[in-house]
Design a protein around this ligand. Sequence first.
Ligand code: NAD
Ligand code: UDP
Length: 335
Amino acid sequence: MRILITGGTGYIGSHVALNVLSGNHDLFILDNYSNSSKDVLTKLKIISNREFQSAECDIKNKDNLIKVFSDFNPEVVIHFAGFKSVNYSIKVPLSYYSNNVSGTINLLEVMDQYNCNNIIFSSSATVYGAPEYLPCDEKHKIAPINPYGKTKFFLEEILKDWAMSNSQNRSIILRYFNPVGAHKSGMIGELPIGTPNNLFPYIAGVIRNKYDYLSIYGDDYNTKDGTGVRDYIHVEDIAMAHVNSLNLLKTNVKHETINLGTGIGFSVLEILTEFKKILKKPIPFKFKPRRNGDIATLIADNKKAKLMLKWDIKNDLNQICKDTVRWINNYSHGK
Ligand code: NAD
Ligand code: UDP
């Protein structure tokens, strides 16, 4: 298949790109590099030993998108391009609505113009807001509590309407829980620009001695040890689910929304214990007050993913932490 990946030099997009290349598809990557580096393209070519097309392109710029579509004529779009910081989305909501929502509308309009009928979209468990029951299945109420989560919710609705607007159109929405880890090569992983807000990138900063300690936000949640519990899923398992979604698009599916999580929750302290086993030394931390808008526990019900995508988790927490450490060590040595 001819597959266009938007945001393909970003964290998740780059891992999906490698899986697409190993499946022998034709690939085109577009990115505006607002949160990634062009170097990733070279790394993808080295790891995969394959060539593919790419372009610097902002999805807000329709003329640039048209150029990509007229060059490549994709059959499927895997759409990652977007802003993803909850904090910034609260500070600059309009830029989130413009980039994520308007950008995606541009993309869908150009897809229509070029008769490209298939899209796989990165949504987030953030759309559930504070869960009313656990594990959280796809039927759970949608109640996003920040502009970032609202962009995902609005886009899910837009994609549903788009799918229904033409008998050929198909959309698959994947709701990620907490993607973490890195590629086994140690050459690609998560590299946030600026101070990270998320747990794993911050721990990476402590391991690299960029920060003295990890602040643990809250030790009094109603969880096994008082710290927040999340469903951390290896980015390679996320990537594999996209490849399996390509197969799902070949069936008579019209519009499906599918959770991507492991179904298992780990607390912040449990994550630190796992890293300690690998590093053979503890990661320094200090307890701090709860973070605004944080919830105690979020865990996925992943039955639908297992059934519809014929997919399962291959990497446990130990593998996640090992791959993270390998990536940090390589990155620290400038490889
Ligand atoms: P990322 O920031 O690493 O990747 C996104 C990529 O999109 C970046 O390379 C960025 O430069 C590019 N981009 C942003 N705006 C663009 C635009 N207007 N035009 C072209 N390119 C643009 O993020 P990621 O972690 O790989 O996430 C990918 C997608 O998955 C995002 O949509 C994100 O909201 C979603 N998601 C991520 C997580 C997570 O924890 N990483 C969780 C749930 C959902
Ligand atoms: N967390 C923390 N310190 C940090 C970042 C995160 O204690 O520097 C905690 C956070 O309170 C939550 C868990 O780690 O319980 C996961 O947070 P993250 O921001 O990575 O994911 P999200 O909350 O968006 O699911």
